[in-house]
Write a protein that binds this ligand. Structure first.
Ligand SMILES: [Zn+2]
Length: 284
């Protein structure tokens, strides 16, 4: 039979474990992978102010989080969580600046596969000069949204899936449209039926919506500290700029607007204005 003392100890232990797991979940970091299109987590050793240092990488502001309750707690007070561009090279030392201190890191090569797609709308492969002008204007608007900076009290560092369906094209594929080389695949494609719901993967604020030449109906959500997500090819947009959303709120519906071969969600994740592999943020 259990004594009162051992019962109390059990209660105490269970309570402590629940608390520890709640805290760990709240600050669960994305998966680190120092490759082009991946993420580097840099302990900002020597920067011990109570105010978060301001970190920059390739001209873009970088997410900085307290390291308490993470695996980096005994290495530094703050960590930088930086998105690495697909164009990063293994033989070039990467430079991140935090306040007045320089931090350097290396990336490993990653060979992404090639994908060949056939697009019926020829203008989506060889755009008219007018299309190119339109796309440049749209690109500038999207980059402004990627560069959003907000500081919510709970930073989003993990995502639920925004749509139900199989992953039809992974991030990073080298792409050929009608046999012509184009930019690499900057997101994850999820195949889902026309008009199926697309939901917010974490809390955030809608910072851009539009109907774009390549991306079709598009929504961009700012999750704070330089982390944004983008939803493309939607049949319908159900939110407007300035809307606050929480995990599971409907953003719109699956469609085939823009440059597509069929209905799907193109989901991209951007950290410090750098498109990274969304898989690194998924809970499962
Ligand atoms: Zn895509």
């Amino acid at each position: 039979m259990l004594s009162l003392k051992s019962l109390r100890q059990r209660w105490f232990l269970t309570g402590a474990l629940i608390l520890a797991s709640t805290v760990a979940q709240a600050l669960e970091l994305p998966k680190e992978n120092r490759v082009p299109g991946g993420i580097a987590i840099i302990p900002l050793q020597g920067l011990n102010s109570n105010i978060a240092p301001s970190a920059w990488y390739k001209g873009n502001r970088v997410m900085v989080l307290p390291s308490a309750e993470t695996a980096f707690a005994d290495q530094s007070k703050w960590i930088a969580v930086a998105g690495i561009p697909l164009s990063a090279k293994a033989d070039q030392k990467q430079h991140l600046r935090a306040d007045a201190t320089s931090f350097y890191f290396q990336v490993d090569d990653k060979e992404y596969k090639a994908q060949y797609l056939t697009i019926k709308n020829k203008r989506h492969v060889e755009p008219d000069p007018e299309d190119v002008k339109r796309w440049r204007r749209e690109k500038a608007k999207m980059v402004a949204a990627y560069k959003s900076w907000s500081e919510p009290s709970i930073p989003a560092t993990r995502f639920e899936l925004p749509a139900k369906g199989p992953f039809s094209s992974p991030f990073g594929l080298k792409r050929f449209f009608n046999k012509q080389p184009r930019n690499p695949h900057s997101g994850l494609d999820i195949a889902a039926p026309q008009d199926a719901p697309i939901t917010a993967p974490a809390a955030g604020t809608v910072v851009d919506t539009g109907n774009y030449f390549f991306n079709g109906n598009t929504v961009i959500v700012d999750h704070g500290f330089g982390l944004t997500t983008m939803y493309c090819h939607m049949s319908r947009i159900d939110v407007k700029i300035g809307d606050k959303v929480t995990t599971g709120d409907q953003l719109g519906a699956i469609g085939k607007t823009g440059r597509v071969t069929g209905p799907h969600l193109h989901w991209s994740v951007s950290l410090n204005n750098t498109r990274v592999d969304p898989i690194l943020f998924l809970n499962k």
